[in-house]
Design a protein around this ligand. Sequence first.
Ligand code: HAM
Length: 435
Amino acid sequence: MAQVLKRPNGTEDVTPRDIHKWYTVEQVARNVAESYGFGEIRIPTFESTDLFCRSVGETTDVVQKEMYSVIAKETQFTLRPEGTAGTIRAMLQNSMLNDAMPQKVYYLLSCFRHERPQAGRLREFHQFGLEMVGSAAPCADAEVISLAKSVLDTLGLKNIALNINSIGCPKCRAEYHKALRTYFEARKDELCETCLSRLERNPMRILDCKSPICGEIAKDAPVILDYLCEECDTHFTQLKSYLDTMGIAFTVNPKIVRGLDYYTKTVFEFVTTDIGAQGTVCGGGRYDGLIEQLGGQPQPALGFAMGIERLLLTMESQGCDFLQPKQCELYIAPMDAAAVPKAMEIAQSLRAEGFRVEYDLIGRSFKAQMKYADKLGAGFLLVLGENELSTGEIKLKNMATGESTACKLDETFTDTFANLAISAMFSDTLDGIKF
Ligand code: HAM
């Protein structure tokens, strides 16, 4: 037999066995984002490569090493490595930024980065993220951070630390870059080749290098907080005070620089120690210069993204609740081919009422059907034989209690089944989580 093809390294399959875990995260994310007034946006999986070079930044690891790019019909495209650039492009292209501000959108999407796969680090991964455009006020930063925290809390996650920092604006960064260059010049011989090339163009990127030697050197580098201009410093102070007002605990971590170039002022990360080295479940911040950089009218903006796989790993490691998948509510066992049309008819009418109904599609023996109904975890069993078809008198067996209820296969049947199902309490199985 030919060997079964394997999925590419760093990608994952999600089968029906686990999909309810994804539904849990997606449903919580949607509910919380919508309760803050955000609307969903959907954007293409690929964009012109230029969009990411101009936004994420030419000197970042993402652009230099991790993008999946193709040339198709002489144009270079890239599978999105993140959601912000495409979302802002779409907001500009759809004239959303001419409407009342702030504009608030959220997204659930796949991203692609050619990184070395490990637990919590994939080459295709998924993000829940959002972007808010049009507010320069620090209360917008607090609002976005509070939304992220609310998603994490609603999912039932514990021990997630919030780290914040300010990386200033182009004005204060000029001085900071000078200080960094002086610091790294002195240890130039030890830097990796990529960082050497970053020294002139963007020394802040060295702080984010994954090489252990560069990381060690970066430990004692000057920190941006010491170089903030008055405006950035006031913004950061106000944000901290709003977070205090909202009762959101945080730590100022002057080492956070983020791996993407568009950030200005506030940056933040939510981090757990429960899933190993890749513990950042959410990252975000302000990017007040990006919209102008992409050709729009200047607008302040900010946002964040959470890695869904990392959220799920953390939820599993902490034993959080998931929405439970809906089980088969009725299994119909036709005794022979003559009973199949009736089974089809009953199944269709109950499905139209929202019930999950299945019947034998393989021609199994009676015994095998009973086993299969058990395996499905069916709530009720209905056996359809010659007798049932001729009299219209049937029995619904509650599979959990073994109790049988006699009823008629007539126009009252749907209501009878609905009442039984409700009293058996399995018709609403999506109540594992409170929103
Ligand atoms: P990011 O920090 O690159 O930011 O990614 C956000 C989150 O995506 C990370 O915190 C992590 O949970 C997840 N993530 C990143 N790379 C991987 C990977 N290789 N495997 C699994 N999960 C991963 C952004 O993408 C920004 N666009 C966030 C943002 C939105 N900033 C402002 N608005």
